[in-house]
Write a protein that binds this ligand. Structure first.
Ligand code: FDA
Length: 400
């Protein structure tokens, strides 16, 4: 069967792209190997899908080329997607930090994308596996061998996502296609992922598993700092402040240099030196003071971990300086991450140098497009990853 466009991957980016290409009157086939479409949308945001964020700029994304996302994000912005959601009368609300969620169910976003595909006459093939892809007709078309037989198309869009949560159907398909056509791939890594702590660090914190704290995290010389919640778990640290900084911690590996610890500010917005000064010569312990800001048990364990258990008056000026420094930048070197099984997204992917930021088409293989998470563009937590999927999918849909 012949099509103008075949899109592989019926997730966020693939459905947006297929709908747009179809509405341009291209004959489009959307393939997915999973029986159900948009599974990642369905489970996102606790079933309510944090579908975008009111405040989006290229600074909210990690990539080897931090400017790459600008074009797509400007051409199809969060406001365009919000308009689409409003056109379908899907009720939504802002939760925090500009994050927009459905009031009722993420399934409404899937139904909306399905309806947009129907409006473009998109045909579906699912579950359908793709066994091979070849260029034919002197590179003018692609031929795919699939579970639905031999298929041909002029434009081939790879929207097969990243590797997070393999049990939801994630595969390295997109990276393999890139490699087949000699497009470079930035080594994928789990991102927005809980961090594991080394055993000697974990043991004293075990008793605190379940405790949550409001902190600010940062890493290395990165300008980004995240003032959000942190959760102590049986294996290490989680919660939004940790998931956010995990992507930057993972990013350090690309430089090939030494990995630096993450830093946790336990008193965000507080001048620790000024806060501690009036108690400098008193009988209070650091733990008792900290209990005014942090959960009591955490304050006690954290001070015991550092051996700061005596009344403050018995600590030297040097101890005090160390306390202040640790409160504002507790340096923790994770043992690793909890991996793709617990990650929300994948860092790395198809190298943006190989793609046009205006069209998402390969610079060397005409007609081959990559869109969504398979590309080396990774957003912060908070609706940024879906917006990248909508924006890059929309752009590819204008040209494929
Ligand atoms: P996506 O993964 O959505 O789709 C890829 C599709 O390709 C899938 O349907 C898959 O079955 C198919 N596929 C894979 N391999 C294939 C193959 N070999 N052959 C055929 N088909 C294949 N983001 C956000 O902004 N807000 C949020 O609230 C959340 N919440 C969230 C929760 C959880 C638990 C996870 C794991 C992730 C999120 N995310 C998120 C991230 C968000 O889900 C993600 O960035 C987008 O879904 C990426 O969209 P894509 O279309 O690129 O991939």
């Amino acid at each position: 069967m012949d099509f103008d466009v075949i899109v592989i991957g019926a997730g966020a980016a693939g459905m947006m792209c297929a709908a747009q290409a179809g509405q341009r009157r291209r004959r489009v086939l959307l393939i997915d190997h999973a029986a159900r479409i948009g599974e990642r949308i369905r489970i996102s945001g606790g079933g309510r899908c944090n579908f975008t964020n009111r405040h989006i700029s290229a600074e909210n994304f990690l990539s080897q080329n931090p400017h790459f996302a600008r074009s797509a994000l400007a051409r199809y912005s969060q406001f365009d997607f919000i308009k689409l959601v409003e056109r379908y009368r899907i009720p939504y609300h802002e939760k925090t930090l500009g994050q927009l969620f459905c009031d009722d169910s993420a399934r409404q976003i899937i139904a909306m994308l399905h309806a947009e595909c129907d409006a473009g006459g998109v045909q579906w093939a699912q579950p359908c596996s793709v066994q091979s892809i070849e260029r034919i007709d002197d590179g003018l078309r692609f031929e795919l061998m699939t579970g639905h037989g031999r298929l041909r198309c002029q434009s081939l869009v790879i929207a097969s996502g990243g590797l997070a949560i393999p049990k939801l159907g994630a595969t390295p398909f997109g990276y393999k296609v890139a490699e087949q056509f000699n497009l470079p791939v930035i080594a994928p890594k789990p991102a927005l992922v809980p961090l594991a702590l080394p055993a000697e660090m974990l043991a004293p914190l075990q008793a605190l598993a379940g405790a949550s704290l409001h902190v600010a995290t940062h890493c290395d010389a990165q300008p980004a700092a995240f003032r959000e919640g942190m959760l102590i778990t049986h294996r290490g640290l989680s919660g939004p402040a940790i998931l956010q900084i995990s992507s930057y911690w993972q990013m350090q590996e690309y430089g090939g240099g030494k990995r630096l610890p993450i830093a946790i500010d336990l008193l965000p917005g507080v001048d620790a030196a000024a806060w501690i000064a009036p108690h400098r010569h008193g009988k209070a312990t650091l733990a008792s003071l900290l209990a005014g800001h942090l959960p009591k048990r955490f304050a006690q364990e954290w001070c015991a971990l550092h051996d700061w258990v005596k009344p403050l008056t018995e600590h030297s000026s040097r101890d005090l300086a160390e306390m202040i420094a640790a409160l504002k930048g507790w340096a923790l070197m994770p043992a690793g991450t909890l991996g793709y099984a617990k990650a929300e997204v994948t860092l790395g992917g198809v190298d943006t140098d190989a793609l046009s930021s205006r069209t998402m088409e390969s610079k060397t293989v005409p007609g081959l497009y990559f869109t969504g998470e398979v590309v080396d563009v990774t957003g912060w937590l908070g609706g940024y990853n879906f917006q990248w999927a909508w924006s890059s999918g929309w752009v590819a849909g204008q040209f494929a």
